[in-house]
Design a binder for this molecule. Structure first.
Ligand code: SF4
Length: 244
């Protein structure tokens, strides 16, 4: 059965190539993604925010995101905020180096000992922020936090990859003559169909409750949106019946 994406924290590193601090962001992010918190983190590259579709740009709304920047230009933070959503947290390696009294790193391709020390300190700080963020309930509807809960499981190492090609699916519906993009609607339809949800008012309400988890819907148009998504589900349902 298709599953709606689980709760994780997104990590976006600036990966600047001209400064050693840029290299530190990439290596620290990788360490967290692959070793420290592999089950709790996902990543996406900055170019996808610039070139990607709506699904890719929903990334930082869907996941609370930590932007990791080499310097105070904060390219990752600003690009994430501009193209997706305000990051939930930001780390600037130059500030972190000062805070930990680490010497300025040298080398861009091959970091010196100070650079390696900065990577370790940055990775620990990112992992701590991941834990903090997962300790709070993230509202995918608002793109902000709601309340608190958390679990702490040992995690297996993985190989980190960008979320290229796995953006959050979006579907557009017409509401009162206007196009409305709804995050995760295709996954919601797949889920409900496979659960055997037939066409009826109850299913319409159920779809709408799930839609509201992932999207901010103004209460004044809620009934219209419900009717539009139910119509879209009806189309989807009939197509699936034909295929069956
Ligand atoms: S934040 Fe600084 S190090 Fe990173 S890409 Fe931008 S200018 Fe380069």
């Amino acid at each position: 059965m298709p599953e709606l994406p689980q709760k994780k924290v997104g990590i976006i590193a600036c990966s600047g190539e001209e400064l050693p601090e840029g290299t530190v962001t990439r290596l620290a992010a990788l360490k967290v993604l692959e070793k420290l918190r592999p089950s709790d983190t996902v990543t996406i590259c900055l170019p996808l925010f610039l070139a990607g579709g709506e699904g890719d740009r929903a990334f930082a709304k869907f996941y609370p995101t930590i932007a990791v920047d080499g310097c105070d230009k904060r390219c990752a933070y600003r690009a994430t905020e501009k193209y997706s959503n305000k990051p939930a947290a930001g780390i600037v390696i130059k500030d972190l180096i000062e805070k930990h009294h680490i010497q300025k790193p040298q080398g861009t391709r091959r970091l010196d000992a100070a650079g390696q020390e900065a990577v370790a300190a940055a990775a620990e700080e990112i992992a701590t922020k991941v834990d903090e963020l997962l300790g709070k309930a993230w509202s995918r509807r608002q793109g902000t936090f709601a309340e608190t809960s958390q679990s702490d499981q040992p995690q297996e190492e993985v190989e980190a990859t960008c979320s290229c090609g796995s953006g959050i699916p979006i579907q557009k519906v017409q509401v009162n003559g206007q196009e409305l993009s709804l995050v995760a609607l295709p996954l919601i339809f797949q889920n409900l169909f496979q659960l055997g949800k037939t066409l009826g008012n109850e299913t319409g309400h159920e779809i709408m409750e799930m839609v509201k988890i992932y999207n901010s819907i103004d209460s004044s148009v809620e009934a219209d949106v419900e009717s539009a998504v139910f119509e879209a589900y009806t189309d989807y349902y009939r197509q699936q019946e034909v295929k069956a």
